[in-house]
Design a protein. Structure first.
Length: 121
């Protein structure tokens, strides 16, 4: 089962112990540590891989936004896509917009840093 699970951890100011479980996402928090475990890693399209390389975006940042987004928006043109937005601490809290499919397994279509959303999140 190697490569089936991806884990992301975040430091939180205050978080009571809790566990949320559903078929695609497990979240556990204890004290100041939040652990997010995805049951399946997302599938990246070739376009997404090209954009990651061109924009120097790390897969860990993308998977963090996918698993724990600050905002989720439906795509205006394609009902099968959604936009997941989240701040990336390593990039001075800039907002990363990741466009993914709603269906399992999640496919990453593209991503970019969203300048317009920085002050809104």
């Amino acid at each position: 089962m190697r490569g089936r699970f991806a884990a992301v951890s975040l430091r939180l100011p205050i978080a009571p112990p809790f566990i949320i479980q559903n078929p695609t996402l497990n979240i556990a928090a204890s004290g100041r540590l939040l652990l997010v475990i995805m049951n399946q890693r997302p599938i990246y399209t070739q376009h997404a891989l090209d954009r990651m390389a061109k924009r120097q975006l790390q897969a860990a940042w993308i998977e963090l936004v996918i698993t724990a987004p600050d905002i989720v928006e439906d795509d205006k043109f394609d009902p099968e896509l959604e936009h997941r937005l989240g701040r990336v601490p390593e990039l001075a809290n800039r907002v990363l917009r990741v466009i993914v499919t709603k269906a399992d397994p999640i496919r990453v279509v593209t991503m970019h840093l969203d300048r317009k959303m920085k002050r809104k999140l």
